[in-house]
Design a protein around this ligand. Sequence first.
Ligand SMILES: C[S@@+](CC[C@H](N)C(=O)[O-])C[C@H]1O[C@@H](n2cnc3c(N)ncnc32)[C@H](O)[C@@H]1O
Length: 414
Amino acid sequence: MNLSLQRDLFTKATNPWKRFLPRVEDLSGPDIPMAVWDIPYTIPQLSYATHGHFRYYGKFPSSVAAMILEDYPAPDENSCVVDNFCGSGTTLVEAKLRGIKSVGVDVSWLAAFASNVKTTIIDPAEVLDLFSQVKKNFAHQVVDDDQCLSEKFVVKWFSTGAARDLLSLQKALVPLPLGSARDFLVLAFLAIIRRVSKAYDGEVRPHINKSKKPRDVWAAYEKKVRDMVANHVAFQAVIEDDAFSKCYLHNNLDLRNIELPGTPYLIVSHPPYLNSFDYRPVFSLEYFWGEPFRIDAKTPSLKGLEFDEIRAYPASETISEQYYDHLRRTYAEAFALQQSDGLLAVVIGDCTVNKKLEPVLQKTAEICEQIGYTLEKVNLRTTHYGLGKYAYNFRADYHGDAEKRDGILILRKP
Ligand SMILES: C[S@@+](CC[C@H](N)C(=O)[O-])C[C@H]1O[C@@H](n2cnc3c(N)ncnc32)[C@H](O)[C@@H]1O
């Protein structure tokens, strides 16, 4: 494995997490300061550090979290950042790169699991040792086709060979001793599932891609583990301070019961976009194969918490109302948690509903102002990603449609 190449790419001199910051253009707004954050980078460029460990559909570019933290660094070492829609932990990784303590909450065990692996220091030798064990276990597995092909779900989404190998790999991982090395190898397993399935890799919700070429499960897994180890080593090489970081499996409507490592000087918040998609079905393939590794298995009160996610799609009248109500309640929680001067950065975007613009950005700002926050700045953002055929039909497309806006609201508790 060539770790040195990664290390060279990732030295303190080049600071990749600063190289891919948005290009900021200040706009003098009529009432409050405004800026445009242009992010002209590709997903591979933005996947430095541990950001590329798991493809979490619907995450924001690493440079959004990076820029927020550059603009608002922690005032002292007793401060921490909270991400109340943490997803795969992009904010937590960026906080760790800057030595800032962070806490996330998410209702999805998969999201919390990915976040925690991405920010936990590993011993690469231990991971590679355990990986050799997995290789042996995998080679010795005998799985009967009936075991994996009796489920219609499996037959629909996986070839016979892939299903058999995924079951063997799952069984090879289960007996490993619990700990960060095992979690790392489990995340690598979860990270290849979409790739070895019959579904499009690039579409958010799984859809069958009839012309997808079958991929070998073991080869995909081995490559994933090696890439992850190289990236993790490079990440660890530039962290100066192993600042506390943890994503809790928890509902953000109850933020006050979360244990924090400091004063929450900044809450970063990236809710699912209205009329975009619900998260749980997007990861149905990973939930299926990840069942033996669920972190909520031993905590009955948390089991199935992913079903409590905010509803965002489709934006019927009822769902839109519930959506704004959830935002109102969760930002009231955030407000109660913070001290005077605390910051809230909401990353959110407009959408269209029945071809009519739904000004989510503005409505969210109004909700936060009603709670007591003061709107301090609006950063509009443009992202040059390719657009999915299915998931992005109704949301801001960032490509010159002046009406639909995607942005970062910066609010402060007076
Ligand atoms: C837009 S994603 C956040 C992505 C994240 N910024 C990243 O880069 O990975 C929104 C997340 O909110 C989570 N979520 C939805 N409802 C929630 C709730 N009630 N409490 C906590 N998290 C929730 C979803 O599971 C999803 O992971």
